[in-house]
Design a protein around this ligand. Structure first.
Ligand code: PEP
Ligand code: MN
Length: 380
């Protein structure tokens, strides 16, 4: 059961206290209160866990300050949208809004390599008006002999450069709990010139201890990448793990699924699940065309296949893109063959704009058609 308070009710105020007093008469009920930032308002939600069937819904609804009470299904209790009865779960981080309507492009290399390459990229992003980037300091690699990332040693100069070029959020993968502490410490020591989004990679999609670790801290939002061989249900349950530890600032990322049926691409593109995730949950959804396609082939229409996959995700409402680039892909320490060059980014951004405008136009058309149906029914 979720009790949704009217906008701007103080979670520590008397309205909420009176509800807690009432709930104390029901045994084995655990409560969790959280502020949810919707698109236009801040709402307090009280989650009740336990045998809530004994609690009369109408009695709770009569309390002052209560907007509505929703009985939730046991599935995706915290991240689910429960039949559209709840507001989306948006959040603000370092001055940027992330929700099911927002749109951000995260460009960057697979792995941080040199200061010079990083500066060249950040300069280019600034020129393009982009304040968000992706890059790994800790890399999980298939072969133990491949470059595993610079680790914490590169963080001071990466953060300094990010501050210099106005980068507000860096998506960075973490492989274990200590990486979160290292990022936090390095960011603090650098004077917080930027922000970090903790990325849980596809290889750790069911690493429950890591999920609990990113979920039990509140400072950084989490970018969760779908397990390459996991069903949507399994991956959403993994996100529920993160949320159940207290952190609901989560973005769900589709990155393709592993099957030979995706050949010649690295993975089979699964971006039609963008609207599915938005329907089942309250989370913003990201797509990663780079790791889905995995090769830089040009289609016969003169458009890179990575651009085509990007367009698929954007045209169905993706809220965020994760795309790899590198100033000299041939020198990249990881995933060079799939990285776009900086010259190709101008084309990419214009192409993205076309697809984003198409999505906005499609949404407007759908709401016009819904209105027409409604007025048609009324006039019958
Ligand atoms: C990445 O984004 O760098 C990455 C390794 O992706 P994935 O976990 O989806 O393979
Ligand atoms: Mn990569």
């Amino acid at each position: 059961m979720i009790i949704i308070m009217k906008p701007d009710i103080d979670p520590a105020g008397s309205e909420v206290t009176r509800i807690f007093n009432f709930l104390s008469h029901f045994s084995d009920i655990k409560t969790m209160t959280s502020g949810v930032k919707g698109t236009s308002r801040m709402v307090t939600e009280i989650y009740l866990i336990g045998p809530t069937h004994n609690i009369p819904q109408d009695a709770v609804e009569r309390f002052a300050g209560v907007e509505k009470v929703v009985r939730v299904s046991s599935k995706y209790r915290l991240i689910g949208n429960h039949g559209g009865q709840l507001d989306e779960l948006g959040f603000e981080y370092n001055g940027l809004q992330f929700n099911q309507n927002s749109f951000h492009v995260f460009l960057g290399p697979c792995a941080v390599d040199t200061y010079e390459h990083t500066e060249l990229m950040f300069k280019k992003f600034q020129e393009l008006g982009i304040q968000t980037t992706r890059m790994g300091a800790y890399k999980p690699r298939t072969s133990p002999y491949d470059f595993q990332g610079h680790g914490a040693t590169c963080l001071p100069w990466v953060f300094e450069l990010a501050g210099k070029y106005g980068i507000k959020v860096i998506a960075m993968e973490v492989l274990k709990e200590v990486h979160i502490d290292e990022l936090q410490r390095a960011l603090e020591e650098a004077g917080k010139p930027t922000g970090i989004m903790l990325q849980v990679g596809t290889r750790n999609a069911q690493n429950f201890e890591l999920l609990k670790a990113v979920g039990s801290q509140q400072e950084f939002p989490v970018l969760y990448k779908r397990g390459m061989g996991l069903s949507i249900e399994e991956s959403l349950n993994a996100c529920e793990y993160i949320a159940s530890e207290g952190n609901r600032n989560i973005i769900f990322c589709l990155r393709g699924v592993k099957t030979r049926l995706g050949d010649p691409h690295r993975n089979l593109v699964d971006f039609i699940h963008v609207p599915v995730i938005k329907r089942l949950t309250r989370l913003p959804v990201c797509v990663d065309p780079t790791h889905s396609v995995g090769i830089k082939t040009m289609a016969s229409d003169g458009i890179l296949e990575i651009f085509h996959a990007t367009s698929q995700g954007v045209a169905v409402g993706a809220n965020m893109l994760l795309i790899e680039c590198h100033p000299k892909p041939e020198l990249a320490m990881c995933d060079g063959p799939q990285a776009l060059t900086l010259v190709e980014l101008d084309h990419l951004m214009q192409d993205i704009e076309i697809s984003r405008n198409a999505y906005i136009a499609r949404k407007e058309l759908a709401s016009r058609k819904a209105l027409e149906r409604l007025t048609g029914i009324c006039s019958v």
